[in-house]
Write a protein that binds this ligand. Structure first.
Ligand SMILES: [Co+2]
Length: 207
């Protein structure tokens, strides 16, 4: 690819389809390889890591540990990046993570209104809907309605809904509430209940 083949873009471009996003990724990848910034092997390895190794199962382990170890939970809420590092979890796009706790009175949900900032080390790569303008604008404007209509998650009126706007600097994850009747479960068993959507804040954890 030569410079002239790269179409100049307006200052703000919103990718509109998956095909367009894929085409942009391919163009970026080709450019980085051509410039010697990355090798094909490095790109493949990175894709493999985020497809097969780093994903919500890591965040689920963090949540389960927080549910079963109050001291860890306190450290997680004080500094999520450091607490995750204790479990060997961290890296790219997780340099400054913040965990926000769901309680009986507060429900948290995360978004990136600007683009798709997301805590990769604990959640992997964001789902497509998280990157779409429809989610990014509406979850801020009417979170309660969107949670109910789009995700089937009814947050009672008595609860406050807090929406956290992630950025390149701060990336949020939700610490969901531990479901009732799970007293006897081990951390590993609890982790299996914790979904990606629960850690984004668009679903509860069900026992
Ligand atoms: Co962003």
């Amino acid at each position: 690819m030569t410079r002239s083949e790269i179409t100049p873009s307006p200052a703000v471009t919103v990718p509109r389809s998956e095909a367009e996003i894929a085409a942009r990724m391919k163009a970026l990848e080709a450019l980085m390889i051509e410039k010697g910034i990355m090798t094909t092997e490095a790109v493949d390895r990175l894709a493999d890591i985020y497809e097969n190794e780093v994903g919500p199962q890591l965040g689920a382990a963090v949540v389960a540990k927080a549910w079963t170890d109050p001291e860890f939970k306190a450290r997680l809420l004080a500094n999520a990046t450091e607490a995750c590092a204790e479990m060997g979890i961290g890296g790219l796009q997780g340099e400054d993570m913040v965990a926000v706790e769901n309680t009986d009175t507060v429900h948290n949900v995360i978004v990136c209104t600007l683009c798709s900032c997301y805590p990769w080390p604990v959640l992997g790569l964001p789902p497509n809907w998280y990157k779409q303008p429809a989610y990014r604008s509406r979850i801020v404007r009417e979170p309660r309605t969107m949670l109910r209509e789009e995700f089937g998650h009814d947050v009672p009126d008595s609860m406050e809904v807090r929406v956290w706007d992630s950025s390149a600097e701060l990336r949020y994850m939700v610490l969901p509430q531990r479901p009732a009747n799970t007293e006897g479960k081990s951390a590993a068993e609890l982790a299996e209940l914790v979904t990606r959507d629960a850690m984004i804040g668009v679903a509860p954890v069900r026992a």
